[in-house]
Ligand binder design. Structure first.
Ligand code: PHE
Length: 341
């Protein structure tokens, strides 16, 4: 029996050394210490021993049990440590590895130009307004001194929603002049960027939807000199120092006098080329001194107050700013084009 116990001890310890995981350990615990285990089987034979032998063997068997239990505990602890070490290594997180970049979009060149324009005007104390694209003819025409029969009111030029030509897609941002006059306290300095709509065929310089930035100042003693000085400064900020501009007389129903402002072509420096259609100049805005009728209709006394306004083509400005040759590139959203900005 002594031998048997010694064998069990030796075999069990050897087997424990080989155990690879907790399942192995459990199996060994059952095999040697379980109810039907080998050690128990030996103990069952104790009855056959003599009275002197019994306590000696009992002591021995207990020693073996204690040794095995201890060995199983040790092995189980070691296994747990090894498992944890493996796990820590496998799940190690290196926070210094650069992440995978998710492709996100970026700003459209026209909106980059618009943000620059906003910054320039905000810096001069202007407020930025937003206004409706579906507009009343009252604001788009009547209150802007363009009475019934004015050519710009024609159905061939304007998108109307109703037979009576009262509700329309605004054809210009100028209605925002009137909306500002009616709602804001004087003096006023605003810009109002947004979409406008006209029945134009799509080509390199036209689109039935395009963007304008309206601008308006109303104060006391405002002159055409303020208009020219401010707009020249804006063009220099936008296109760089030394940008050459010119003002040409023009006509708008809501300004008097009226003008258009050109910027010298960036491609040919004024000599004439395909980009400026041989002109040497690119038209960027219409402007003028606000017509006294418009002020009066909005309840502002033209004897006390005067003002100037402009309407800038945003696509054209962006094209000049980023040297874009064709208007359609701005709307087509070809990723190869957009990625360049
Ligand atoms: N609204 C005019 C246009 O669309 C531009 C303009 C705005 C002219 C303000 C004068 C004053 O052509």
């Amino acid at each position: 029996m002594k031998e048997q116990l010694a064998n069990i001890r030796q075999q069990a310890l050897a087997a424990l050394n080989e155990a690879k995981d907790m399942a192995d350990l459990d199996q060994l615990r059952v095999k040697y210490l379980g109810k039907k285990g080998e050690l128990t089987a030996v103990l069952k034979q104790m009855g056959k021993l003599s009275a002197e032998e019994r306590p000696v063997m009992g002591q021995l068997a207990n020693d073996v049990r204690a040794a095995l239990e201890q060995a199983i505990d040790d092995a189980s602890q070691k296994l747990a440590e090894v498992t944890l070490a493996h796990q820590l290594q496998a799940e190690a997180l290196d926070v210094t590895i650069p992440g995978t970049k998710a492709p996100i979009g970026h700003r459209h060149p026209m909106y980059i130009a618009l943000d620059e324009i906003k910054d320039i005007f905000i810096g001069m104390g202007f407020t930025v307004l937003d206004g409706p694209e579906v507009e009343l003819a009252t604001y788009n025409f009547d209150k802007l001194n363009a009475e019934e029969g004015h050519p710009s009111r024609d159905w061939s030029d304007t998108f109307y929603f109703d037979e009576d030509s009262r509700v329309m897609l605004r054809s210009q941002t100028s209605p925002m002049q009137v909306r500002a006059m009616e709602t804001m306290d004087l003096p006023i300095r605003i810009i109002a960027p947004g979409r406008v709509y006209r029945k134009d065929e799509v080509d390199a310089t036209h689109s039935p939807m395009f963007h304008q930035v309206e601008g308006m100042v109303i104060d006391k003693n405002v002159t055409m000199g303020d208009l020219k000085g401010t707009l020249n400064l804006v063009m220099e900020e936008l296109f760089g120092k030394g940008t050459v501009t010119r003002f040409r007389p023009h006509h708008f129903p809501f300004t008097e006098p009226s003008c258009e402002m050109d910027v010298q072509c960036h491609k040919c420096g004024g000599a004439g080329c395909p980009t400026c259609k041989g002109e040497g100049w690119i038209e960027v805005l219409g402007a003028g001194m606000i017509h006294p009728n418009v002020l009066r209709m909005a309840g502002i006394d033209p004897e006390i107050w005067s003002g100037w306004a402009f309407g800038m083509g945003l696509e054209r400005t962006a094209m000049r700013r980023f040297k874009i040759a064709d208007l359609r590139l701005i709307f087509e959203n070809d990723i190869r084009f957009l990625e360049q900005f």
